[in-house]
Ligand binder design. Sequence first.
Ligand SMILES: [Zn+2]
Length: 176
Amino acid sequence: MGNGKSFLTAKESTVSESSVNMESISENWKEVFFKEASKGDHYKVIVKSKYDEIVQDVLRAKLSSKKKSAQQFKRLRKFDVIEIDGTNKLIAKFKDDAALKYYVPLEDMYDLLRKAHLSTGHGARDRLLKEIAMKYANVTRELINLFLSMCQSCQQKKIKRRRGLVSKPILHEEVS
Ligand SMILES: [Zn+2]
């Protein structure tokens, strides 16, 4: 209810308040992204505290010889934990020859999407989805859409393209 509206308001104020410092813009976007993504269930995000809790629970369930709870059974079917450089990472339960897929806590999601988006030269949704879905278990189409709606460069390109459709073609050199 009214989520879209408040999101737009936040977005606009973020842009107008910080036009100088690039770092602070990035931080603000991250905050807006975080707030927006934690709102809807459809984003299927896991916040860091929950992520840590699942990691501990899965480890306990794997090591314990005691009878497992229904929730532990459920989690063991879905998750596994591997240690990388001394850090426990939550991964999707390994299935045959499928690739290893990491779960990403919401707190790390923005940076991950940003990196993938920039490294693909402002890659579009399907490109990103393909790239990211190979390695990560919980980066959804909805999250990518949310991120892309916040990329100013992509949004401006979109507007330009739309304008280009209605106006007569003008030859010009684009600075890219
Ligand atoms: Zn972009």
